[in-house]
Design a protein around this ligand. Structure first.
Ligand code: SAH
Length: 377
């Protein structure tokens, strides 16, 4: 018997075309990749010996050459409102968070793309952690695999997770290759088969990477705008100094160029009391976005320890929303979900080993659900 290689190849995050090439390199038929992808992602099987439509010899070879390795669930918490949050321990000891947000007609998984984040947005708790490293494609796709394996499947659906948003820890466009591989598997009918409108990449605005993304896919796009002018956005989202609003909006137009009404950008706008929530800001925002087919997601600020910002009153939020809707914008206010499970999980994730040597603080994910104000959950 041959000894397994020290680092067997993890097949979990490999898109089907790449896996087919890998099989050919091993002297196997490329179409075997489709069978293996189905076993792993549709049937949730990670043990090659159980992949019964492969020959025994191939199963044994795969067990020697490869693996299907998932992050470990360090903590699972269910909120009273149905939100579920996992702290996942990665092979190197780092931890990330993933959140599932159920609604009547869908189940949305909020996934992380990096351990920490390098972008330093001043109102974001992940930024306080500093940046540790990019997630691999298998660590990204592992979040959806694990969520599906843990959640009950609602009647009439094949899986619990119907939508994915890259709104967890990290800046997805700063982890381009892994992001694209993970999206490939999410959209692949042999894997998760999600439609491109059910996968949303949220970015703070890395313009060149956004253009590259548009060359390879057209999944839904959310942009963290948060300010209607460069002076303010420079302060809140420092990457704006490199890619100012005008360039960012031009890139949004390029990304959605063929989509018209079908492919609208969602602009996220965190509301910070006294900073960006005044009627003047709403008016500037209206002027800025007038020509762009878009939706606006208002996110009342989620406070975290040590942050200087304050969440505006509900009246201020409503007044801001009103100005936008009166101007004809589809505007949604996100209600925070899973409040009751945030703190405990955040403390655990605080044990992440941060190689940038910044003080470790609490990570708090934004498990939020877009709902109109006044609507019941
Ligand atoms: N890096 C990506 C994903 C970040 S998280 C991006 O910037 O889009 C998803 C959203 O939560 C972003 O719009 C982010 O700006 C917002 N967010 C971060 N911290 C927040 C806080 N404390 N309160 C409310 N929203 C916050």
């Amino acid at each position: 018997m041959s000894t397994p290689p020290a680092n067997p190849l993890n097949l979990l995050g490999m898109p089907r075309p790449r896996l087919a090439e890998q099989f050919e390199q091993w002297g196997e038929r490329g179409f075997r990749a489709t069978q293996v992808v189905k076993w792993i992602h549709q049937r949730g099987v990670t043990d090659f010996s159980a992949m019964t439509d492969l020959s025994k010899a191939l199963r044994q070879r795969l067990a020697e050459l490869a693996t299907v390795q998932l992050p470990e669930i360090a903590l699972e918490r269910a909120s009273g409102d149905g939100t579920v949050k996992w702290v996942l321990r990665l092979a190197d000891g780092n931890a990330i968070e993933t959140v599932f947000i159920p609604e009547d007609d869908r189940g949305t998984l909020c996934v992380s793309s990096q351990v920490g984040c390098a972008l330093d947005c001043t109102f974001c708790s992940t930024a306080q952690q500093g940046f540790n490293r990019n997630l691999t494609a298998h660590e990204i796709i592992g979040q959806i695999w694990l969520a599906n394996s843990r959640l009950p499947v609602p009647d009439g659906r094949s899986r619990a997770v119907t939508n994915v948003v890259f709104m967890g820890m990290g800046e997805p466009l700063a982890n381009f290759e892994a992001l694209v591989d993970a999206i490939d598997l999410m959209l692949d009918d042999n894997a998760y088969g999600l439609s491109k409108r059910r996968v949303t990449v949220s970015t703070s605005g890395l313009v060149p990477a956004l253009d590259r993304l548009g060359e390879v896919t057209d999944v839904a796009l959310a942009v963290s705008l948060h300010a209607p002018n460069d002076a303010l956005r420079d302060r809140l989202v420092p990457i704006n100094r490199k890619y100012p609003i005008r360039e960012l909006l031009a890139a949004c137009r390029r990304y959605t160029r063929d989509g018209g009404q079908h492919q609208r950008v969602t602009f996220e706008y965190v509301l910070l009391a006294g900073i960006n929530d005044q009627p003047e800001h709403a008016r500037q925002l209206i002027a800025l976005l007038r020509e762009i087919p878009c939706k606006i997601n208002l996110i009342p600020f989620n406070p975290f320890p040590g942050s200087p910002f304050v969440r505006p009153s509900m009246n201020a939020v409503r007044a801001f929303e009103r100005l936008l809707t009166d101007a004809g914008f589809v505007t949604i206010v996100r209600r925070t979900r899973g409040d009751d499970i945030d703190a405990a999980c955040g403390q655990l994730v605080g044990q992440v080993s941060d190689r940038s040597n910044r003080p470790a603080r609490m990570i708090r994910l934004h498990a939020e659900l877009p709902v109109r104000l006044g609507a019941t959950a």
